[in-house]
Structure formats: structure tokens, C-alpha cells
Design a protein around this ligand. Structure first.
Ligand code: 5RP
Length: 221
């Protein structure tokens, strides 16, 4: 059973004619974009903005009308995935390297709907290494400051060994903190480091998390 598609299909039902929709990034958001494409093919009239070049490309292939951000005031609903969600709907995102654009889009959305398979729901955030978007300039200094907060930062690399670069030309430091006791405090500490653009903690941003379960059911946090 495809738990990601199960959650995505449920989220896509929330989209109505006339809405401006934010398209997330990753293998779960993929299914939402596919579902939206299907509804557009059947006459749904929406416009959309994408959180990554990959999602932008996929949406265009499916004839989902993508509009420039300059034409958008607010986004009615954004559907995106997550690497972890706790029961207070605090998230870790950025496993796909798109956290910066995802946070910009989420922060301009009236509703942020997260879709996930059941493995993503955790008691405490932090098992998944926290992605931190950092500028390439003096990155070694930034990594040392990240380490001083109690993690082991590793610059993300592609399969060929090259450093991974985001759609904005930044690096991603994957920071293993272990269980994060105070996600909101850590969020602020990280973003206070010069050289950090943003981090993958999404605190109080999600309005709902739709979870697909092995038994074929869907629940909502
Ligand atoms: C990309 C993200 C993704 O939403 C997150 O990594 C989950 O990805 P997937 O749905 O492939 O498990 O934050 O930056």
C-alpha cells in the first residue's frame, strides 16, 4: 500500500476552484501534485506556486497553471511533506533540501497541510538529522558554530560525492541533535548564527498533518 499517496489523495480533496495552491517538495508531495494534476485535467480551476524547481517542472508537465510569486498575495493552501511531525504539529523538514523555499511558501499560506506516512509521526523531534540551510561563504566557521550547539553537522553530498546545492545555491548541513527538548528555542538559536539562512524546524506553522496508515486508513493530527 502506498501510504504517501493515501495521505496525499485526502489532502487534494481540500482544494477548491479559484484557490492559489502551494506545491510542496519530495516523494510525498509528488503524489499531491499528481492528484492536483488529475483534478486540473478534470476541470479544476486553480493557480499554483512551487517550493522547488523539481515541483515546478512536474506541475508544468501536468498543465497545472504556475504563476510567478510577484502575482501572489497569499496562498490559500499549501500541501507539503515532512521528515518528522510531533503531536503538536511541529515539524522537521528539508530532507529534500528545499526547506528555505518551503518555509517562505508556508509562511504566506493561510493553511499548511502536511501529508505523511505513519513512520513520520514521532513523540519527540530529532531522530531525523535536522537540515540547516547555510551559505557557502566561510562554511567551516558556520559548521563550528552549529557544532557548539550540541550537534554533529555534516555537509550534505550528492551520490557522486559533490556537495549538494539547494535551488538557491546554498549548502545543507544535516545536524544530528538527537531528541530535541525545546524545538522553538533551538530554531531561534540556529537562525541567530550568521551564515545560517534558515533551518528545518517548522514551529507552529502546520494547520494539520494527514497521516496514511498501513491498514489503509487516514488520520489527522
Ligand atoms: C523537502 C522536504 C520534504 O517534504 C521532506 O523531506 C519529506 O520528503 P518525503 O516526502 O520524500 O519523505 O521537506 O525539503
Amino acid at each position: 500500500m502506498n501510504l504517501k499517496k493515501l495521505a496525499a489523495d485526502e489532502a487534494v480533496k481540500l482544494i477548491e476552484d479559484g484557490m492559489t495552491v502551494g506545491l510542496g517538495t519530495g516523494s510525498t508531495a509528488y503524489w499531491a501534485i499528481m492528484g492536483i494534476g488529475e483534478r486540473v485535467k478534470n476541470g479544476l480551476n486553480i493557480r499554483a506556486v512551487a517550493t522547488s524547481e523539481a515541483s515546478d517542472r512536474l506541475a508544468r508537465e501536468l498543465n497545472i497553471p504556475i504563476v510567478p510569486f510577484s502575482e501572489v498575495e497569499t496562498i490559500d493552501v499549501t500541501i507539503d511533506g515532512a521528515d518528522e511531525s510531533d503531536h503538536s504539529l511541529n515539524l522537521i523538514k528539508g530532507g529534500g533540501g528545499a526547506l528555505l523555499r518551503e518555509k517562505i511558501v508556508a509562511s504566506s499560506s493561510k493553511r499548511l497541510v502536511i501529508i505523511a506516512d505513519e513512520s513520520k509521526v514521532v513523540e519527540r523531534l530529532g531522530k531525523f538529522p535536522l537540515p540547516v540551510d547555510v551559505v557557502p561563504f566561510a562554511v567551516e566557521l558556520t559548521l563550528r558554530k552549529l557544532a557548539a550547539l550540541g550537534c554533529e553537522p555534516k555537509l550534505r553530498r550528492k551520490e557522486d560525492g559533490e556537495l549538494f546545492k539547494t535551488d538557491n545555491g546554498n549548502y545543507v548541513a544535516d545536524c544530528s541533535f538527537g531528541a530535541i527538548a525545546d524545538p522553538a528555542a533551538l530554531h531561534d538559536q540556529l537562525n541567530n548564527i550568521a551564515g545560517v539562512v534558515d533551518n528545518g524546524l517548522f514551529i507552529g506553522m502546520a494547520d494539520m498533518v494527514i497521516v496514511g496508515h498501513q491498514d489503509g486508513t487516514v488520520s489527522v493530527l
